[in-house]
Design a protein around this ligand. Structure first.
Ligand SMILES: *[C@@H]1O[C@H](CO)[C@@H](O)[C@H](O)[C@H]1NC(C)=O
Ligand SMILES: *[C@@H]1O[C@H](CO)[C@@H](O)[C@H](O)[C@H]1NC(C)=O
Ligand SMILES: *[C@@H]1O[C@H](CO)[C@@H](O)[C@H](O)[C@H]1NC(C)=O
Ligand SMILES: *[C@@H]1O[C@H](CO)[C@@H](O)[C@H](O)[C@H]1NC(C)=O
Ligand SMILES: *[C@@H]1O[C@H](CO)[C@@H](O)[C@H](O)[C@H]1NC(C)=O
Ligand SMILES: *[C@@H]1O[C@H](CO)[C@@H](O)[C@H](O)[C@H]1NC(C)=O
Ligand SMILES: *[C@@H]1O[C@H](CO)[C@@H](O)[C@H](O)[C@H]1NC(C)=O
Ligand SMILES: *[C@@H]1O[C@H](CO)[C@@H](O)[C@H](O)[C@H]1NC(C)=O
Length: 738
């Protein structure tokens, strides 16, 4: 039990009773100290604004109790001081307040002022935007008392989103008010003796019912006894204590968050909520936290929200009467998470039920237009604050920005185009592909010219004449030479070899050429067999424009894309806008088919195109489509909030956090089509594992067929020729008959 001077920290309340001896009218430093050591406020910095109702001496003591580091749990504070003169005018007050820069001095304010100044201060703080969702204001009103404490006047000045607490004097002075050291000592000792008495009676009662050994085992320990005494003393003091009980302060906090959206039909206004009391003997007794919303967000309030069906952002299911029975989708996932973090619940209503009531929940229904077509009723409801938030993804546009406020973007979507997957080219002419046309031409020229050259060198050589070798057959005829060179090219050799060195050198050189040619050809052919030959794909807008003679394109009219294209100055975007195919079928199936045939390209959100690809893949189990690699125009989707809503920064912070931990990305992924084999890189198909098949070999079979046919034709020709030759001599040697 301790009786201390004023401004001393109390001993831990679970082990001791501390009663500071306070002279009436000087209780403020002790209250601040008690608040701080009880951890009711945990400010690190604060701005203290005070007027002349407190003396200089008192201010010094208050500052001391706020700043002095006495117990380890209480944090030290940085304080900025502002003094208001006694007869300050309203204009001067505003000027003084406007010098506050919340970035420098922090966002916590402690005001010690008279009843009349507080109202004016609240008004100006609001208009200077230093009182809001991120600021905490505590007003200490000392010139009130039990009979003059109409604190509810300030309720009218409370605004949505404020964090304001009032600590006010509720003391009274009558002749029955006792106080001072003697009174407290008497009261303390009385309560102590009563508690001891109670303890002894109880212990005797218990001990008399059990044996001595048992009592030894179950009797209370010293600390148990202390706790019992302390508890009873406190109960007694709070019930019967009269010393200094005329000094009495109350704490009330404004319950402001979300009240504007309560009670459909009539607007309810913020209320003051009592959260604690202070008495010298008990110290601070809190029934709730000091700043309700800082610790508990919206305190479980139900906020009305409006939405409409638009997968994958909002996916709603309705029952026959048109009430929402089930909801999911990216936006509603985010709202659910927000409601957990900010401690609110929500009531969803749907606008525009007519077109959504029959909506299927097929994931392929995604429509890139709906985010730009916001129903007017929804905007009206946001503007007249019947709803707190529009729980729908909306494209951020300048037009809408002037009417409502947007949160940070939820998703950023880019546009690209869908074209037919480049076809694999026919492999019939595979055997020609190792060399290009020039090489083949050079090769042919070489074969044809080398024959006569060999013939010429062979004939001109005098070796045969000198050695007496007959020059007949073999290389002595020009077409034999050509055949020989051809045979050598295919590494088949020939029956004859020139005898002369000159011709042999030529043949040797030819063999060398043949060696290089053949090796190169073989190597290249293997490579061509392994890698399939793919058509050149359309990957960006330039290529699409370059193909405009064969490929037409479309996009949805009147959407974000068209607007962006119209305002863009870039040549390619202008071309895309002007070159849009005029006569497109409204039947989407026909559009898909013409894309598949490679005659058409469709421009839309990348995710929408992915849905189309997935749908077609599920239908045909072929990958007929591919997306353009270029992505253009970022479309930002965000939530809409009513203008002037104080909660925008708070919601933005939460959304930022969700982005940072990757939750939004993960949720979006869950609603998008899963990866399948059509997502594979377009260039690497079957590379590692290709068995040579008939397709690859068909070319060589064609050559064989052609050889066979030409041989057959030649045979026919030879036959005919032979018949003709045979007939002529018969005629010539006809016997002459006279
Ligand atoms: C609180 O009110 C009582 C009664 O009016 C008064 O005596 C006391 O000085 C007041 N306290 C302060 C700090 O002004
Ligand atoms: C102070 O004590 C007296 C006597 O017990 C009691 O009548 C009075 O209501 C108490 N005042 C307060 C503010 O508790
Ligand atoms: C939400 O608000 C209720 C009502 O004030 C409160 O009891 C609860 O602790 C709060 N929850 C959180 C997580 O702050
Ligand atoms: C539709 O749901 C609402 C709200 O849950 C309910 O009041 C109503 O009875 C339901 N209607 C039908 C036809 O089930
Ligand atoms: C909804 O679907 C039902 C049957 O499928 C049809 O009779 C009704 O007209 C549709 N309603 C709307 C608003 O499209
Ligand atoms: C707000 O606007 C909606 C839609 O126009 C209307 O139905 C509602 O009655 C309005 N509420 C108020 C309080 O003006
Ligand atoms: C909210 O919208 C209003 C116009 O409706 C605009 O003046 C204001 O700057 C916006 N606030 C924010 C934080 O964007
Ligand atoms: C190659 O393809 C065949 C059939 O397409 C398959 O059975 C085999 O496992 C594949 N081998 C490798 C190494 O991928």
């Amino acid at each position: 039990m301790a009786l201390t001077d004023s401004d001393c920290p109390r001993l831990p309340s679970e082990t001791a009773i501390t009663i500071p001896l306070i002279s009436i009218g000087e209780e403020l430093p002790q209250i601040m100290l008690d608040l701080r050591s009880a951890g009711v406020y945990t400010w690190k910095t604060l701005v203290m604004i005070y007027d002349t109702t407190v003396s200089r001496d008192m201010i010094t003591r208050i500052i001391k109790s706020i700043t002095q580091r006495r117990t380890s749990s209480a944090k030290a504070s940085g304080i900025s001081l502002m003094k208001l003169e006694s007869n300050i005018s309203r204009i001067d007050l505003k000027t003084v307040l406007s010098t506050i820069d919340p970035k420098i001095v922090g966002s916590n304010y402690l005001v010690i002022a008279s009843y009349y100044i507080v109202g004016i201060l609240m008004e100006y703080a609001k208009s200077l935007q230093i009182a809001g969702i991120n600021n905490q204001w505590m007003y200490i009103i000392s010139d009130t008392n039990r009979h003059f404490q109409d604190i509810h006047v300030f309720e009218n000045l409370l605004k949505e989103g404020d964090n304001v607490a009032f600590l006010y004097n509720s003391s009274f002075t009558t002749s029955v008010c006792a106080g001072g050291r003697k009174c407290h000592i008497k009261e303390l000792l009385e309560s102590f003796t009563r508690s001891i008495d109670q303890a002894i009676t109880e212990e005797f009662n218990t001990a008399s019912q059990v044996s001595e050994e048992e009592w030894e085992a179950i009797r209370p320990t010293k600390s148990e006894r202390r706790d019992f005494l302390l508890k009873n003393m406190k109960i007694h003091l709070s019930k019967n204590g009269v010393c200094d009980n005329c000094t009495y302060w109350k704490i009330s906090t404004g319950e402001t968050w979300g009240v504007e959206y309560q009670a459909v039909g009539e607007k309810s206004s913020p209320k003051l909520h009592p959260v604690g009391v202070w008495r010298p003997s008990d110290g601070i007794e809190m029934t709730d936290v000091l700043f309700l919303h800082v610790s508990h967000g919206f305190r479980g309030k139900a906020l009305p929200m409006v939405t409409f069906h638009n997968p994958p952002w909002q996916i709603l299911t309705f029952n026959e009467t048109g009430d929402i029975t089930e909801y999911k989708g990216l936006i509603l996932d985010i709202i659910t998470e927000l409601s957990k973090n900010l401690n609110f619940t929500f009531r969803l209503t749907a606008v525009d039920k007519s077109n959504t009531i029959n909506s299927t929940t097929s994931p392929f229904d995604i429509d890139s237009e709906l985010t730009t077509k916001v129903p007017n009723t929804l905007l009206d409801q946001l503007k007249n604050k019947t709803v707190a938030l529009a729980a729908c993804a909306v494209t951020v546009t300048e037009d809408l920005k002037s009417v409502v406020n947007f949160t940070k973007p939820i998703a950023i979507l880019s546009y690209t185009f869908l074209v037919a997957r480049p076809k694999e080219l026919s492999r019939a002419l595979l055997f020609i592909s190792p060399f290009n046309f020039d090489t083949w031409l050079g090769l042919c020229a070489a074969i044809i010219s080398m024959g006569p050259l060999l013939y010429f060198i062979h004939r001109s050589s005098p070796v045969y004449e000198y050695k007496g070798i007959p020059m007949k057959g073999g290389l002595a005829s020009i077409q034999n030479c050509i055949w020989y060179m051809y045979g050598a090219l295919l590494q088949q050799g020939g029956m004859h070899l020139p005898y002369a060195d000159s011709a042999r050198i030529l043949v040797g050189a030819w063999w060398l050429v043949v060696l290089v040619m053949a090796t190169t050809y073989c190597g290249n052919l293997v490579a061509f067999l392994t890698f399939p030959k793919i058509d050149i794909p359309i990957t960006d807008l330039e290529q699409l424009i370059a193909h405009k003679d064969t490929v037409s394109w479309t996009f949805k009219e009147g959407g974000f894309l068209e607007k962006e294209l119209k305002v863009s100055n870039e040549y390619r975007f202008k071309t895309i806008l002007n070159g849009k195919s005029k006569h497109t079928s409204t039947d989407f199936k026909a559009v898909i088919n013409s894309i598949r045939e490679g005659k058409h390209a469709y421009i839309d959100w990348k995710i929408k195109l992915q849905f189309i690809m997935k749908e077609q893949f599920l239908k045909t189990s072929r990958c007929d489509f591919v997306l353009g690699l270029e992505e253009f125009f970022d479309e930002k989707l965000a939530l809409m909030i009513s203008p002037e809503s104080p909660y925008l920064p708070k919601i933005n912070d939460e959304i930022k956090k969700l982005h940072q931990v990757g939750l939004i990305e993960k949720w979006l992924k869950d609603y998008l089509p899963k990866k399948d084999r059509c997502w594979k890189n377009r260039h690497l198909i079957e590379v590692s594992n290709h068995t040579v098949n008939l397709d690859d070999m068909q070319g060589s079979f064609f050559v064989l067929l052609m050889g066979f046919v030409s041989a057959l034709l030649l045979l026919l020709f030879e036959k005919l020729w032979y018949v003709k030759i045979n007939k002529q001599p018969k005629k010539m040697i006809q016997p002459f008959v006279t």
